[in-house]
Design a binder for this molecule. Structure first.
Ligand code: PEP
Length: 250
C-alpha cells in the first residue's frame, strides 16, 4: 500500500483514556467535521474496538506498537494482524518511550517496520534526539543512524508505505517545543537525506513533528515547508485542543 504525502495529525493516547474518552473524542470529531487533514487516533489497544471508524471521514485508527511475532507464546504482545482486524490502518513504531522503557534499538525498530508493512499497516516511524545528543553536536549523525537502520533493513522504498515522525525527546511531554525553525531544519535534513537515495520517495513521504504541540503553536509548526502535520501526545486527550490542532493544518 503506497501512501501519498498528506496533511496529517495523529493522536497518541499512550497509556491514557477510557471508554468515556473514546465516546467524547469520536462524537467531537464527527461534529467538528474536519476535512483536508487525515486524522488518526492511537488509543491503548483495548479501546480500538470501541471506535467506529467507518462513521467518520478522513479518520483512521492506529496501534501504539506492534509485536515482532505473528502470534504464539508472547504474553502481552499484540500482532499486526490483530490491529488490522480491529480497524487499524496505522501503527506507531519506535516511539522514544518504547526505545527507553523497552530497550528498543534502531535494528529492532527497523524490524517492526517490516512486520507492520507485512501486516498491511502503515508504520508511523518515530525518531528523535535527546537533549544530550543535541548539546554534544551529534544531532544529525544520530538521526541519520536511526533512519539509516530502517532503510538498510527495508530499502528506501519502504518509506512510500510509511510515515515519519520527528520527535525530539526533550520536547515530549515537557511543554518545551522545538521552534518552527529547529523542527524545519531537521525535517529538511531528513527529506534531503532520503533524496540522496531516492528523490521521489523524499518528495512523497509525510513527515510529522511531535513534541508538546498545542493549539497555540501548531499553526506555525505546520506552516513550515517540510512539516506535514503532527504526532500529538498530551493535547490529543482533550477534545477541544485536538480539534484545534487538526484544524491548524489548513
Ligand atoms: C508523543 O509522545 O508522541 C508526544 C508528542 O507527546 P506530547 O505531545 O505530550 O509532547
Amino acid at each position: 500500500m503506497s501512501v501519498q504525502r498528506q496533511k496529517m495529525v495523529a493522536g497518541n493516547w499512550k497509556q491514557n483514556g477510557s471508554l468515556a474518552l473514546v465516546q467524547e473524542i469520536q462524537a467531537g470529531l464527527v461534529e467538528a467535521a474536519i476535512d483536508k487533514v487525515n486524522v488518526v487516533v492511537c488509543p491503548p489497544a483495548p479501546y480500538l474496538a470501541a471506535f467506529n471508524a467507518t462513521q467518520m471521514q478522513h479518520f483512521s485508527l492506529g496501534g501504539q506498537d506492534v509485536s515482532l511475532f505473528a502470534g504464539g507464546a508472547h504474553t502481552g504482545e499484540v500482532a499486526g494482524a490483530m490491529l488490522s482486524e480491529f480497524g487499524c490502518r496505522y501503527v506507531i513504531v519506535g516511539h522514544s518511550e518504547r526505545r527507553a522503557d523497552n530497550g528498543e534499538t534502531n535494528e529492532l525498530v527497523a524490524e517492526k517496520v517490516a512486520v507492520a508493512i507485512e501486516a498491511g499497516l502503515i508504520p508511523i516511524i518515530c525518531f528523535g534526539e535527546s537533549e544530550q545528543v543535541r548539546d554534544e553536536g551529534r544531532l544529525f549523525e544520530f538521526l541519520k543512524e536511526q533512519i539509516e537502520a530502517v532503510i538498510k533493513r527495508n530499502g528506501v522504498t519502504c518509506l512510500t508505505q510509511s510515515v515519519l515522525a520527528y520527535e525530539p525527546v526533550w520536547a515530549i511531554g515537557t511543554g518545551r517545543t522545538a521552534t518552527p525553525e529547529q523542527a524545519q531544519e531537521v525535517h529538511e535534513f531528513v527529506r534531503q537525506f532520503i533524496a540522496e537515495r531516492n528523490s521521489e520517495v523524499a518528495e512523497s513521504v509525510t513527515i510529522l513533528y511531535g513534541g508538546s504541540v498545542k493549539p497555540d503553536n501548531a499553526k506555525l509548526l505546520f506552516s513550515q515547508p517540510d512539516i506535514d502535520g503532527g504526532l500529538i501526545g498530551g493535547a490529543s486527550l482533550t477534545l477541544k485542543d485536538f480539534v484545534a490542532i487538526c484544524s491548524a493544518t489548513n
